[in-house]
Design a protein around this ligand. Structure first.
Ligand SMILES: Nc1ncnc2c1ncn2[C@@H]1O[C@H](COP(=O)(O)OP(=O)(O)OP(=O)(O)O)[C@@H](O)[C@H]1O
Ligand SMILES: [Mg+2]
Length: 103
């Protein structure tokens, strides 16, 4: 099952996504949460904490700046760009790549 949460700014998307992800994971999972927001703060709502949330965003920035290699596989993407959050949710930051070069 794939669930996408969209809506106007400040409507509650991040809060809703976190509650849905944690609830589904508690019910049996596995759940992968993908933060597609350019201001990636889903980690905070998932209970990951400030430092780990910032680290995921920084890792994503390094990719955009060509400092790390792109990841061609789904499992590799979730492993390299993800972090384990409470309730068993795996979070990865996968927001839009503005400049696909290099790689
Ligand atoms: N059901 C709710 N009832 C009351 N307040 C809520 C509810 N859901 C979210 N909020 C509050 O509304 C504010 C915006 O929520 P949230 O950050 O989830 O929205 P968003 O749509 O992700 O915003 P953005 O567009 O900035 O990413 C937060 O302060 C959040 O705590
Ligand atoms: Mg949000």
């Amino acid at each position: 099952m794939k669930v996408a949460v969209v809506g106007k700014g400040g409507a509650g998307k991040t809060t809703t996504a976190a509650v849905v992800a944690r609830t589904l994971s508690r019910l049996g999972g596995p759940v992968v949460a993908l933060d597609c927001d350019t201001n990636a703060n889903l980690g905070l709502s998932l209970g990951l904490g400030w430092d780990a949330t910032d680290e995921l965003a920084d890792l994503r920035s390094d990719l955009a700046e060509g400092e790390v290699e792109h990841e061609p596989t789904w499992s590799g993407l979730v492993a390299r760009f993800g972090s384990d959050a409470p309730d068993g949710v795996r979070l990865a930051v996968v927001n839009r790549i503005e400049d696909p070069e290099p790689g």
